[in-house]
Design a protein around this ligand. Structure first.
Ligand code: AMP
Length: 223
């Protein structure tokens, strides 16, 4: 059984939404490195490396691998003990991270449990979605720019006000796509193709259809 699902996708691919849905359906722990970093950002006291991580995140740049490993490895161990498995959302964004996670999985004899899911969208679609999406100022929920959600005036979950995400300015978005878009993803996918199981999903369909495709794939590996 594969119960460590690594979701890979360009910014705005919907991997966050889909990772949450898949985690709920299978009682897996949803682990988003972006969420872990955003919760650091609202902490009162930060050490020097945490401050650096938060600043880099705000500029749309990748945070150093060792900080990501420090945050995510611990959650994986916790998730595998307390849930049926884990879904990693945005935690693997470059080749070095893919290798670092691989090493961690090998050290803990988890490597046969790993399934990689690519949610594919083009860089153009990524830019379009990111410039328009919003976040709830109260609970942090991300509101994607989709027919079903684009007219929301307040957060559907808690009624909080919505605003553009702090790390979502046009320049920052261009930088993120350059560093985290399809060029970067290609290298990661080539690495995973050589060592393990990888499945590709078309992320440019509507949310329900993407969800169905992910379900179909996961049913083969998880249930
Ligand atoms: P996300 O919410 O997943 O889009 O992440 C928001 C920001 O957090 C990214 O643009 C990066 O600056 C940072 N970040 C999240 N995950 C990682 C990661 N695995 N490696 C480096 N930086 C990350």
């Amino acid at each position: 059984m594969k119960n460590i699902v690594i979701m890979i996708g360009a910014p705005g691919s919907g991997k966050g939404t889909q990772a949450k849905l898949a985690a709920q359906r299978h009682q897996f722990l949803h682990i988003s490195s972006g969420d872990l970093l955003r919760s650091l950002a609202i902490k009162k006291k930060l050490n020097a490396s945490e401050k650096k991580a938060v600043n880099l995140m705000r500029q749309g740049k990748l945070v150093p691998d060792r900080i990501i490993f420090g945050l995510v490895f611990e959650r994986i161990i916790f998730g595998l003990k307390n849930n049926n498995g884990v879904v990693l959302d945005g935690a693997v964004r470059n080749l070095e991270q893919a290798k670092g996670f691989r090493q961690f999985f090998e050290d803990n004899s988890f490597e046969n449990q790993v399934l990689v899911l690519e949610i594919h969208i083009s860089d153009e679609e990524s830019f379009d979605r990111l410039t328009k999406r919003r976040v709830c100022v109260k609970c942090g929920e991300i509101i994607p720019w989709l027919p079903a959600t684009k007219n929301f005036k307040v957060c559907a979950k808690c009624g909080g006000d919505l605003k553009a995400r702090q790390d979502d300015g046009a320049m920052v978005i261009k930088e993120r796509i350059k560093k985290q878009g399809n060029a970067a993803i290609k290298k990661i996918l080539e690495y995973y193709k050589k060592i393990g199981k990888i499945e590709k999903i078309n992320g440019e369909q509507d949310i329900g259809k993407v969800q169905q495709d992910i379900d179909r794939v996961l049913r083969n590996y998880v249930d």
